[in-house]
Design a protein around this ligand. Structure first.
Ligand code: NAD
Ligand code: UFG
Length: 338
């Protein structure tokens, strides 16, 4: 079975390509390398023995995208990761985010429709819940006004898909990720943030390796046990495996609605200081950090109710916080040694 993975040289996409190949799927990747590089394909092939087919172009180019689908009519499913994801940048450059994330999605949907590609897995985010009133947050919790244009692209994307499915035979599973961290156990693929990382774990590992002088912890006056915000951190390989299960669910005809939505988290919330403590424990490094003001736009606490995903997908995140921070550290050391 042939699966198109858009954004397949990116962080979550590359780990998903590995899981798909290891389950016997043939994979073709489209990526414009705007936030990744082609060497990732070589590293995937070092893990799996297979270099995925690759086409480098921008999915906002409608003709190129439709041409791709017409040349690849044997595709069974699409896993659509390709998007811009930096929250702060989306505030500064909203049109860049709306154009990239929404136009590429519409081109993909059109290509699927024209070429009768039946199954789509879409990368959504727990950002659609904002600060939930009840925790853990379940898939039926209300969608809140988006905190950023990036978050809004995920909300609008889910709506576009919902409307599109009313008029089409395509089936879709939208996966709302909580906070993916960590790297593949081989340390051959992982997260490669360009420039200064926005996210906590890459900032921790880059500080420990000496690329950054100090981690800033954004606020310790939240209503949480140690005052720092709570997130549901999930290992990227656990997340990747859920995509394969989502494809299997649809190809086996087990999906119950045209559009199904699942939370992908562990169900546990951890504070920023707990993540730092875990990192210090597994790495043996003392982290240089300082508490500073809150970061604008951060929610206080969010973690997933995973019961629906656990029951319906037969999937459960397996890796502990220590395994996540250790794999992130091993990856940081591996790239530093290159
Ligand atoms: P990433 O930036 O590592 O990967 C995205 C890939 O898509 C990159 O390789 C980039 O070059 C490519 N891309 C972007 N726009 C493209 C376009 N127009 N045409 C072709 N290729 C394009 O990001 P990631 O962390 O792997 O995220 C994957 C998906 O998951 C995104 O949709 C993101 O919004 C979503 N998501 C990520 C997180 C997270 O914390 N990492 C959380 C929730 C949701
Ligand atoms: N944090 C720090 N210092 C840093 C970076 C982060 O203290 O240098 C804190 C943040 O304040 C937050 C926690 O670490 O409390 C996690 O922050 P991240 O930036 O790693 O993750 P977010 O929860 O803010 O956002 C992530 C993705 C978004 C996505 C969201 C929900 O970056 O794209 O998860 O899926 F929308």
């Amino acid at each position: 079975m042939k699966i198109l993975v858009t954004g397949g040289t990116g962080y979550i996409g590359s780990h998903t390509v590995v899981e798909l190949q290891q389950k016997g799927y043939q994979v073709v990747v489209i990526d414009n390398l705007s936030n990744s590089n082609e060497a990732v394909l070589d590293n995937i092939s070092k893990i799996t023995g297979i270099r995925p087919d690759f086409e480098c172009f921008d999915l906002i180019e409608r003709e190129r995208t439709l041409d791709f689908f017409s040349r690849n009519s044997d595709i069974t499913g699409v896993i659509h990761f390709a998007a811009f994801k930096a929250v702060g940048e989306s505030v500064a450059e909203p049109l860049k985010y709306y154009r990239n994330n929404l136009v590429s999605l519409m081109n993909i949907l059109e290509g699927m429709q024209l070429n009768k590609v039946p199954f789509l897995v879409f990368s959504s985010s727990c950002t659609v819940y904002g600060q939930p009133e009840e925790l853990p947050v379940s898939e039926t919790s209300p969608i809140q006004k988006a905190f950023s244009p990036y978050g809004n692209t995920k909300q609008i994307s889910e709506e576009i898909i919902g409307d599109f499915l009313e008029t089409s035979d395509v089936k879709c599973i939208a996966l709302r990720y909580f906070n993916p961290i960590g790297a593949h156990e081989s340390s051959l693929i992982g997260e490669l943030p360009l420039g200064i990382p926005n996210n906590l774990v890459p900032f921790i590992t880059q500080t420990a390796i000496g690329l950054r002088s100090q981690l800033k912890v954004f606020g310790n006056d939240y209503n949480t046990p140690d005052g720092t915000p709570i997130r549901d951190y999930i290992h990227v390989v656990d997340l990747a495996k859920a995509h394969v299960i989502a494809i299997e669910r649809m190809t086996n005809g087990n999906n119950k609605k045209a559009l199904e939505v699942f939370n992908l988290g562990t169900g546990n919330g951890q504070t920023v200081l707990e993540v730092i403590k875990s990192f210090e424990k597994v790495s043996g490094e003392k982290l240089n950090y300082v508490i500073v003001e809150r970061r604008a736009g951060d929610v206080e606490k969010v973690w997933a109710d995973t019961r629906f995903a656990n029951a319906e997908l037969g999937w459960k995140a397996a890796m502990s916080l220590d395994e996540m921070t250790l794999s992130a550290w091993n990856w940081e050391k591996a790239i530093a040694n290159k």
